[in-house]
Design a protein around this ligand. Structure first.
Ligand code: MG
Length: 327
């Protein structure tokens, strides 16, 4: 809340298996960040984030929440939807929806359901036994037909030989790209897979901030990036990654953790503002029991539309806030 009464909203969605953060570490980091921000100019976003970053560099989601709130304030001060302020022109784009690992029958039924709902792009989880992954993917392709794009995500699940074997076998299934086939720390392995794979390779868990983008590009380890606001530590760093990728003639996706519509809307502003972000995977709240966010993005049959309100264009349901614990 600024001294002019402008409120900026942000969300941290820590996902321990990926970023090593927890709700408790994020909350502790948030108190440190709050103490640092009080009395400062909220529009000096770059300078503020340079101070915050080193303070809590291992809590990128906590930083992301404040970066998001600062950008919300910026947009509200400017009187512009954030994506327009950032130079974007498209207010609508396509997002995929994810089919999680399950039995062949369940994954096929779920994928078919999404295709019937009108989704044009599915993201399917793989990364177990390569032959079983292939069998599941073949059944899904047969069920949804060739008119639906399929991208896959191995979530670091394969070894290098498994990944090369699986991706070569999957070539006839017309797979758009494969996210993170091998361990995030194995840059040489990622490069080895990329050099032998007929399917494009996307770095996800291997890519947190802009420095990782430089490292992966230098290593020629991947074809595309999956940028996530929570990994990058906010919108500013997400945009920096997109710019680095653009200079390397690389296209990007923006993905998400299991976020509410607040952080998903923030991520959507990033997508809409950058021409080289051509893929979106913003379905983090699809299985939430409730989403406490008013307004923000709408998603109809895989078509995402941004709000035309100043800033992020979201609010939190006050009734929901009442039932939360205040830290
Ligand atoms: Mg992924």
């Amino acid at each position: 809340r600024t001294d002019q009464g402008i409120v900026g909203l942000g969300e941290a969605c820590p996902f321990p298996p990926i970023t090593g953060e927890t709700q408790a570490t994020n909350a502790a980091a948030a108190i440190s960040i709050r103490d640092m921000l009080v009395g400062k100019d909220p529009l000096a976003i770059d300078a503020l984030l340079r101070e915050i970053g080193p303070l809590v560099h291992s809590n990128p989601s906590a930083v992301a929440a404040f970066d998001m709130a600062l950008h919300d304030i910026l947009g509200k001060v400017a009187g512009l939807p954030l994506f327009r302020l950032l130079g974007g022109t498209k207010n609508t784009f396509e997002t995929d929806i994810t089919t999680s690992l399950d039995t062949l029958e369940n994954m096929t039924a779920e994928s078919k359901k999404y295709a019937d709902m009108g989704y044009k792009t599915l993201k399917v989880k793989v990364g177990l036994d390569p032959d079983e992954d292939f069998a599941r993917l073949s059944a899904i392709r047969a069920a949804v037909g060739r008119g639906v794009a399929i991208r896959i995500d191995a979530n670091q699940g394969w070894t290098v030989p498994q990944a090369v074997y699986a991706l070569r076998k999957m070539e006839p299934l017309a797979i758009q790209f494969c996210e993170q086939p091998v361990l995030a720390s194995d840059t040489a392995g990622l490069k080895a897979v990329r050099s032998q794979s007929p399917i494009a390779i996307m770095a996800d868990e291997a890519l947190f901030g802009p420095a990782d983008a430089i490292k992966l590009i230098r290593a020629e380890a991947c074809d595309t990036f999956n940028i996530k606001v929570m990994k990058a530590g906010g919108l500013l760093n997400s945009i920096r990654i997109a710019h680095i990728a653009d200079a390397a003639n690389m296209r990007c996706m923006v993905g998400c953790m299991l976020e509410s519509k607040l952080a998903l809307t923030a991520a959507a502003h990033v997508v809409a503002s950058q021409a080289n972000i051509v893929y979106a995977d913003l379905d983090g709240n699809s299985e939430h029991v409730a989403d406490p966010i008013i307004d923000g993005i709408t998603v109809e049959a895989g078509v995402l539309t941004l709000p035309e309100k100043p800033g992020l264009g979201c609010d939190v349901d006050p009734a929901f806030l009442k039932i939360l614990r205040k830290i």
